[in-house]
Design a protein. Structure first.
Length: 219
């Protein structure tokens, strides 16, 4: 009975809060009413950090589609270039992708860098991973000179995904691998209804509850 009521509640909330907008800014302003500062939200990022630290040892064994796609992409890269690439992960959280790859390619010194929000980069010093974090794409591309760029479910949440894609195409990366994106012939902006526990990999931290989260989303 409780499960049924929860499903009904979720459907009602999605009908109320899922809306289309004329611009990303309008969508962002609407989402700010539910979770202030969107991706820079303190509560959200504290949850993501603590969830990562809790599940860090188990992350390589989680059967996430994005991990498999990353591994398949790296395997294709190796078959083509016969050397391991310097990797830039756009929206790579606290390094789940790096942990996954390092559990497979144990003999390789994997050079892994991540582009994330300013708040995530600020919190990244609480992790123990040998990963470089950036909040500036141009700086990351200039310093790292990545051979391989990977992104999973990130571009559609950026204020100007086309600008990012243009920058990636102008880079000297040998391969760009994108997955879990929203592409369309036309551009749309809307508020995506989500819940806290869907952020990050692994077990949910019950003490945080599971509040609704709104994200501005570009298709």
């Amino acid at each position: 009975m409780l499960n049924l009521l929860s499903k009904i509640k979720n459907k009602i909330l999605k009908k109320i809060y899922f809306r289309e907008f004329k611009s990303y800014r309008d969508a962002s302003n609407f989402c700010n009413k539910i979770n202030k500062n969107n991706y820079e939200n303190d509560f959200l990022n504290e949850y993501r950090l603590k969830k990562f630290l809790l599940n860090e040892k188990d992350i390589p064994f989680i059967n996430a589609p994005s991990y498999k796609f990353l591994n398949d992409s790296i395997s294709f890269y190796l078959s083509k270039y016969n050397s391991f690439p310097k990797i830039l992960d756009i929206g790579g959280s606290f390094g789940e992708g790096a942990l996954y790859l390092r559990s497979i390619f144990k003999e390789v010194n994997i050079k892994y860098s991540i582009l994330e929000s300013k708040k995530m980069v600020e919190l990244s010093n609480q992790t123990k991973n040998d990963i470089k974090f950036y909040d500036d794409l141009e700086l990351a591309l200039h310093e790292i000179k990545p051979d391989f760029i990977f992104s999973s479910s990130t571009l559609q949440y950026l204020p100007d995904p086309h600008k990012v894609i243009d920058a990636l195409n102008k880079s000297n990366a040998k391969m760009i691998s994108l997955t879990r994106n929203s592409f369309s012939d036309n551009t749309y902006f809307f508020s995506q209804v989500s819940y806290l526990k869907s952020n990050g990999s692994g077990k949910h931290l019950e003490e945080f509850g599971n509040p609704m989260i709104l994200y501005p989303h570009t298709v």
